[in-house]
Write a protein that binds this ligand. Structure first.
Ligand SMILES: Nc1ncnc2c1ncn2[C@@H]1O[C@H](COP(=O)(O)OP(=O)(O)O)[C@@H](O)[C@H]1O
Ligand SMILES: [Mg+2]
Length: 467
């Protein structure tokens, strides 16, 4: 809108609400209204005064810099990888990831989904690349097989570390001979496709392939003489697909490498924590382990306040706390709820302007936050209804108990009795919910509590399931 206005403003002397508008000026104003697609008011010939009033209102509503902020973008973003300037906090995690990428170290980033691991990886990648590192980053869940992941890593390494197609082909032959790559280059799309000859050998699983390719990356990095990093997001997928054999082989390779930095990030907190923290497992003490937890509350609150201030939305006492509480401080949900609140406040203000020709800012209050949370939860009703009805009674009861008891002491006889479920059934129900990734265990300061992965689902249960 602002670009449009300034172009029009430059071309036509516009009628501002406070201007003394003469006959010729409202005609100019009318031309402008026509270009704005808003010339639906009274005809300037038949009703000069009416047209002038209409024109004034148009400018007041659409082009008044104080009121009209329709060009503002909602500052709250969810569901995409954030860049380094958009992250709240996370400086230490970022620094650790950049150090691993540029200094050939090994780092595990472990945390629940939606807490910002991928965003940290993306931001650290940007920073490491600014320091001339070659960062090869993959989401293991995006590859149906480990062989495909290995193939991609191979061609990316060869093409990132060389300047011509011929040199890339040579690097593939020289550094990755053990997996016998057969690569073809598509000049139109400037891309490589590859199949690994070793993969077709009878009895060969794709785990050693990945380990072999990592060895090749080490050889290529040694020759390149610049920092190289391999980043694998959702790393648990590699281990789930390849089993303990994968852990052992990858560790054996990675452990020897001195020229490649590794960052492995993953979501199945229990699995990865066990993998890196259990002395009997191959990845034990292979590298630094960092847990990605909640964003510090005061930092997140200040970020929310800045975002609402940028939209000229006054914030009542307790409103940002209400957002953080309703979203259970899960960063994705905090941003989602703040986004919806921002939208709601601004569209209410715009609605007022359209009805009364004037607008007053709509304040963000704790009540508005809860109402918005409910609206957003109910918007997902079809998904949540389906999920809920797919759960057997023991899991439904377990879920209700979890929500109402705050996730603690759920298998005590007292809780089991109150929710009319024998203790063993409660235990089984909760385990099943964890296996379905509806519920996760959170360990903090020696205490364990169960939480819903998606705080909006718990809002939906409270709204829809009768007490
Ligand atoms: N540090 C942060 N500051 C602000 N918002 C964040 C932060 N980390 C995550 N988010 C929010 O959470 C969303 C999901 O983050 P993502 O990195 O995809 O999480 P994960 O990889 O752990 O599932 C982001 O799109 C963003 O809205
Ligand atoms: Mg992620």
């Amino acid at each position: 809108m602002s670009r449009h206005v300034s172009k029009i403003d430059a071309a036509i002397p516009v009628v501002r609400p406070k201007a003394e508008a003469g006959h010729e000026r409202w005609q100019e104003g009318w031309t402008h209204l026509a270009t704005c697609g808003a010339a639906r008011g009274p005809s300037p010939v038949a009703n000069p005064q009416g047209a002038l009033d209409y024109s004034k209102r148009h400018y007041t509503i659409w082009h008044n810099p104080r009121w009209h902020r329709g060009d503002l973008l909602n500052p709250f973003e969810f569901g995409r990888e954030l860049g380094p300037d958009e992250l709240v906090d996370r400086e230490t995690e970022l620094a650790a990831a950049v150090a691993a990428m540029t200094g050939a170290r090994k780092l595990f980033l472990i945390g629940p989904r939606r807490y910002g691991k991928t965003s940290i990886l993306r931001a650290a990648t940007d920073r490491a690349r600014a320091r001339k590192a070659v960062v090869l980053r993959y989401d293991a869940e995006a590859y149906p097989t480990l062989e495909q992941l290995a193939g991609r890593l191979l061609v990316d390494t060869a093409s990132a570390l060389t300047s011509t197609v011929e040199r890339a082909a040579k690097a593939m032959r020289d550094c990755f001979a053990s997996v016998r790559p057969e690569a073809t280059y598509n000049a139109r799309e400037s891309s490589w496709s590859v199949s690994l000859g070793a993969a077709s050998d009878a009895g060969q699983s794709s785990v050693p392939l990945l380990a072999d390719v990592l060895d090749g990356v080490e050889r290529a990095a040694k020759k390149a003489g610049r920092p190289v990093a391999v980043v694998i997001d959702e790393f648990q997928k590699v281990v789930e697909d390849g089993g303990v054999e994968a852990e052992g082989q990858i560790r054996a390779a990675v452990q020897r490498h001195r020229h490649v930095g590794y960052v492995f990030a993953g979501s199945k907190t229990r699995l990865l924590a066990e993998m890196t923290g259990n002395p009997n497992r191959p990845f034990y003490k292979l590298g630094e382990v960092r847990f990605v937890g909640a964003v510090p509350r005061p930092d997140f609150a200040a970020f929310l306040e800045r975002g609402f201030a940028a939209g000229d939305i006054p914030v009542a006492d307790g409103a940002t706390d209400a957002i953080l509480d309703a979203a259970e401080e899960v960063p994705y949900n905090v941003q989602l709820l703040a986004h919806a609140c921002w939208e709601s406040c601004r569209s209410k203000a715009t609605g007022q302007r359209a009805r009364r020709g004037k607008s007053e800012a709509v304040t963000l209050t704790p009540e508005l936050v809860l109402a918005t949370r409910n609206t957003v939860a109910l918007r997902n009703d079809p998904i949540y209804s389906q999920l809920w009805s797919s759960l057997p009674p023991s899991q439904q009861k377990g879920l209700i108990a979890l929500i109402r008891e705050g996730g603690v002491q759920l298998t005590s006889t007292d809780v089991a009795r109150r929710y009319k479920l024998p203790v063993p059934s409660m235990q089984k129900g909760l385990k099943a919910l964890e296996a379905k990734a509806i519920v996760r265990e959170e360990q903090s300061r020696g205490a364990t509590r169960l939480r819903l992965e998606d705080p909006l689902f718990s809002a939906w249960v409270e709204l829809v399931v009768p007490r």
